[in-house]
Design a protein around this ligand. Structure first.
Ligand code: FE2
Length: 491
């Protein structure tokens, strides 16, 4: 890498009067949270960083001046060494009101190839990240991706991300619980410090630097089991106060994720559901099952099913998102349609007797919404539907049944649930005990950490459950879905 030349250029740039810091240097090395890319399209992707010399600073400003914009230079190269490989460059303002984060939508790139990117600010150069553009429309190129979720802060790093970073992937789908809020996480400064902590982990930074991510949040980025404008953990708060917390949480999420500016929050609202397209191979429909859902029927997670869980009209996606999803599926002409979302879609009955015990935070608390979605898939038959889920800290492969009460009823689509990167699964035994009640569950991976690695071709989806063993990772189970078949089978 021609680092010297870049540094000289950066240093010269730092003297320009337009630099927000008035030409002075930044307090310290500002790229401590690493870099990231996301949401690839055929002609580009978004690249992200946040200037934060002190990510844990009490005021949430990451050690940056509260009243100054800072110019950040970026460049994208066809070669790892930059130099003559640089094909795009530009400058962007890092603004204090967005925590000095930057989100650059890079366009004009060639489809279906790798690029390298980096940033410079105040004479300092960021680590180098790598991102791949999506293949051109019409092309059916193999796609490798990982599915990840739930990365509770444990001992300061993430072995699962270290192993993931060594894989050969085009993309990572992150289905939520990127951070876990605590009782006293309420303000923007609180949430920024939380991300500052999590994003300091080298393994997480390595995975972000290695592959573009497409991320959606779940509950713990805001509040455990929140639903729409209803908190769970703050029963004493009014809805307005909760919406203020939600707005702070959304802003911090945006500030720390490689999201396109179309997801920039407007107060407590943020548009996260979106579609990525990979040639004629696949469309990935990323859903937001938190922001528009009705409140859970009960605060209890696993409990005898409340009659309200079965009430008609209960919504998980909200009307707008549901119409958007169905319209996108309806007109899809790709070989596969991956529906990437948060909580498990399949029914799970925890009662080993005649009763029905369900987790009301999952789609079991929203049976009518599930029936609408599965009914739509059954009637409209979009090509190659596969549901990808997270949340439950354990891996599953499920048959999504037309009627879960009748094991003989047809299977509409397969569901692949990823386990957690780091969060524990103390309810694994409870799941295991009830497996006999749930014949549509084809695989349960138990209380182990890891991710799912998928390889998608025109005819076959292969899903490897990559689970940690010691410092290493192993393929604990492999499942395949053949195109045209609604059921997964063991590889
Ligand atoms: Fe989680």
């Amino acid at each position: 890498m021609d680092r010297g030349r870049f540094l000289r250029a950066g240093a010269a740039f730092a003297l320009l009067p337009v630099l927000g810091c008035g030409g002075e240097r930044l307090p310290d090395y500002p790229f401590r949270l690493g870099v990231a890319s996301g949401d690839p399209s055929p002609d580009g992707f978004v690249i992200w960083t946040r200037l934060a010399p002190e990510p844990l600073a009490e005021d949430g400003r990451g050690g940056m001046p509260p009243d100054r914009k800072v110019l950040v230079r970026w460049e994208v190269s066809e070669e790892e060494g930059f130099g003559r490989g640089v094909v795009r460059r530009g400058r962007v303002e890092a603004r204090p009101e967005l925590g000095h984060s930057v989100h650059v939508e890079v366009g004009g790139l060639r489809a279906g190839r790798w690029y390298w990117y980096r940033f410079e600010a105040g004479g300092e150069v960021s680590p180098v990240g790598r991102a791949r553009t999506a293949p051109p429309p019409g092309r059916r190129e193999r796609l490798s991706f990982a599915v990840a979720s739930c990365q509770a802060w444990t001992r300061g790093d993430y072995p699962a991300y270290r192993r993931m970073a060594e894989e050969d992937l085009d993309l990572v789908l992150h289905l939520g619980d990127y951070v876990y809020e605590e009782e006293d996480t309420r303000t923007l400064a609180d949430f920024r410090r939380l991300y500052g902590l999590y994003k300091s982990a080298p393994g997480l930074q390595a995975a972000h630097a290695a592959f573009p991510f497409a991320a959606v949040l779940d509950d713990h980025e805001v509040d455990n089991d929140w639903a729409g404008s209803y908190p769970e953990d703050y029963p004493e708060l009014g809805r307005e106060e909760f919406l203020r917390i939600r707005a702070a949480a959304f802003q911090a999420y945006y500030e720390h994720m490689p999201l396109r500016p179309s997801s920039l929050p407007q107060g407590p609202r943020m548009r996260l559901h979106r579609r990525l397209r990979f040639g004629s191979l696949a469309e990935i429909h990323l859903l937001d099952t938190r922001q528009y859902r009705d409140d859970q029927p009960t605060g209890r997670l696993i409990a005898p099913r409340e009659p309200e869980a079965l009430a008609a009209g209960r919504s998980m996606l909200g009307d707008e998102q549901r119409r958007w999803l169905f319209a996108g599926l309806q007109r899809s002409r790709t070989s596969w349609n991956l529906i990437a979302q948060q909580t498990m879609l399949a029914r799970y009955d925890y009662d080993t007797g005649p009763g029905v015990n369900v987790n009301h935070d999952q789609w079991d608390g929203y049976a009518a919404a599930r029936e609408r979605l599965l009914g739509f898939l059954r009637e409209s038959r979009p090509p190659g539907p596969v549901v990808l889920s997270g949340d439950w800290h354990a891996g599953f492969v499920n048959d999504l049944k037309a009627d879960f009460r009748d094991p003989a009823s047809g299977t509409v689509a397969p569901e692949i649930v990823t386990t957690s990167i780091s969060s524990g699964c103390p309810w694994a035994e409870r799941v295991k005990r009830a497996l006999g009640e749930n014949p549509h569950v084809r695989y349960f991976g138990g209380d182990r950490r890891g991710y799912v690695r998928c390889s998608l071709g025109e005819k076959l989806l292969r899903a490897d459950f990559r689970l940690l063993r010691g410092a290493g990772v192993e393929t604990a189970a492999s499942w395949v879905v053949e195109s045209g078949s609604p059921e997964a089978r063991r590889a």
